[in-house]
Design a protein around this ligand. Structure first.
Ligand code: FAD
Ligand code: SF4
Ligand code: SF4
Length: 458
């Protein structure tokens, strides 16, 4: 008899966890993993595999879990995904692999992400370390998931790789954006160590486009370059009062808290001085900013212009935010920020919104109601309404063709307008997901490897 519901994920108590940064989802026990693995029907046509952006062989790794061959399960996942502990924690599985699981026809899907996390956390890694070919060096710009995945596949194929990172530590958004309570940095370190084992080298505090120009990488002996520079440039609302003291972009706020350890007694990084925080937006970034603010002791409200059904954040994160006593002002849009005489935020004025009937494309528009705007008193506003590609490298590399929103243009092989320069991840798509960035990095690596194999002397 198949169990209809997913094996529940043990979680930390909501009242306790909203005062600390320890991980919220605690991970499956051995028995939980066996129970959940036994729910998989081992479908021959594998619909779940097709809806994973990197096509993890889901039934095969789940079968290995069920048969208690955990190290085999990890080797199966590693064939296409170098970061199972990370992806098992942060992938929006409900719209990816789990969305097409045949179990959803009658019951809940198999908890593929939770099982993948279990394998990544508990299995022993088997690596086949090849001697590296230093005549075919690859430069990777940016150490987010796209850059790391490209570096991993190139090193696995035996090519020497150097990853250049602007910050003083590696991981991109995995390090400075996604908070510890969702993605512990020890987990990020553990999975990145696999790249070090393969011989990948990291050069931090190097801004390509400033410290070194993109074309100079070729003068330094690199034969191919991958650009995985992400989309870290915040978008603002352009409303009155947005320049007031106490208005932050979510990027700045999260970087201060996660990366520069603001709020920890032994660090000097300054933090917000107030007691109340309003976060604008409904994506993962907004949830993360709100949940960080709550943990730092702020009374926290999320303002989002659409309704609960349209919140783009992962379902689990929304549920966790609600359990943690974060208030939601849905169908509300900010129109003005008011400040006191010193220019510090005092309140935010919002307009009630409503959804229209769905149009021909099936989407509802959101329009203002006739209601009077309402005011929320607050001393801090965090804007989390989106980001666009990091511009430094793009501006300094004139031959690099970009699209309307500053995204780097690539062909179907991730090749940019410059020969032997490839790109992928958020820098190409705009803000997306970890696994899509990872998939793009892999695709670029495949193109680089093909170029090297087709030109053995080049
Ligand atoms: P990034 O991760 O942005 O990495 C780019 C790196 O390049 C950075 O380290 C940057 O410093 C470096 N860089 C930039 N310019 C230069 C330069 N000129 N020289 C050298 N280095 C440079 N996705 C999910 O799937 N699930 C989630 O739960 C989720 N939550 C998120 C929460 C937050 C707060 C944020 C901000 C994003 C979240 N995302 C989530 C999205 C996901 O993290 C990104 O889609 C993903 O990290 C993109 O990877 P990337 O490699 O393209 O870029
Ligand atoms: Fe699902 Fe992400 Fe794992 Fe793919 S990588 S199987 S989408 S959890
Ligand atoms: Fe297992 Fe669901 Fe994939 Fe079928 S669709 S193999 S039940 S995870």
């Amino acid at each position: 008899m198949i169990k209809p519901l997913k094996t529940p994920m043990p979680v930390a108590d909501a009242e306790e966890r909203n005062t600390n940064f320890y991980e919220v989802a605690l991970g499956y026990s051995h028995q939980d993993a066996l129970d959940e693995a036994s729910r998989c029907l081992q479908c021959l046509h594998k619909p779940c595999v097709a809806s994973c952006p990197v096509n993890v062989d889901i039934p095969s790794f789940i079968r290995a879990v069920k048969e208690e061959r955990l190290d085999d399960a990890l080797s199966i996942i590693h064939q296409t995904n170098c970061f199972p502990s990370i992806c098992g924690r942060v992938c929006p599985q409900e719209v990816q692999c789990e969305s097409t699981c045949v179990m959803t026809k009658r019951y809940q899907s198999v908890a593929i992400g939770r099982l993948e996390r279990y394998v990544g956390d508990h299995a022993n890694v088997r690596v086949d370390v090849k001697p590296l070919n230093h005549a075919r060096k690859v430069a990777v710009v940016g150490s987010g998931p796209s850059g790391l995945a490209c570096a991993y596949d190139c090193a696995k194929a035996g090519y020497a790789v150097t990853v250049f990172e602007a910050w003083h530590d590696i991981g991109g958004v995995l390090r400075y954006g996604i908070p510890e309570f969702r993605l512990p940095k020890a987990t990020v370190d553990k999975e990145i160590d696999l790249l070090r084992t393969l011989g990948v080298e990291f050069e931090c505090n190097v801004v390509i486009g400033k410290t070194i120009e993109c074309h100079e990488l070729f003068d330094m002996g690199y034969k191919a370059v991958f650009l995985g520079t992400g989309a870290g440039l915040p978008t603002f609302m352009n409303i009155e009062g947005e320049g007031s003291i106490g208005v932050f972009s979510a990027n700045e706020f999260l970087t201060r808290v996660n990366f520069m350890k603001a709020g920890q007694p032994t660090y000097d990084t300054p933090l917000l001085a107030g007691k109340k925080v309003v976060v604008i937006g409904g994506g993962n970034v907004a949830m993360d900013a709100a949940r960080c603010a709550k943990r730092l002791g702020y009374d926290t409200t999320i303002v989002y212009r659409r309704s609960l059904n349209e919140l783009p954040a992962r379902q689990e994160e929304v549920e966790h935010a609600m359990e943690e006593q974060i208030h939601f002002e849905l169908l509300s849009a900010p129109v003005k920020i008011s400040a006191d005489q010193q220019g510090r935020v005092r309140s935010i004025l919002c307009q009630r919104m409503q959804l229209t009937e769905p149009g021909p494309d099936g989407r509802c528009k959101v329009v203002a109601t006739d209601d009077e705007p309402f005011e929320i008193e607050t001393d801090t506003v965090i804007v989390a309404i989106g980001t666009s590609p990091n511009p430094i490298l793009i501006r300094s590399t004139k031959e690099l063709k970009t699209g309307k929103w500053g995204t780097i243009l690539v062909d179907h092989n991730q090749q940019t307008s410059i020969r032997h320069v490839y790109a992928g991840g958020d820098a190409v798509t705009g803000a997306a997901t970890v696994i899509e960035a990872l998939g793009a990095g892999k695709k670029a690596a495949a193109s680089i490897i093909a170029y090297f194999s087709e030109n053995p002397a080049g």
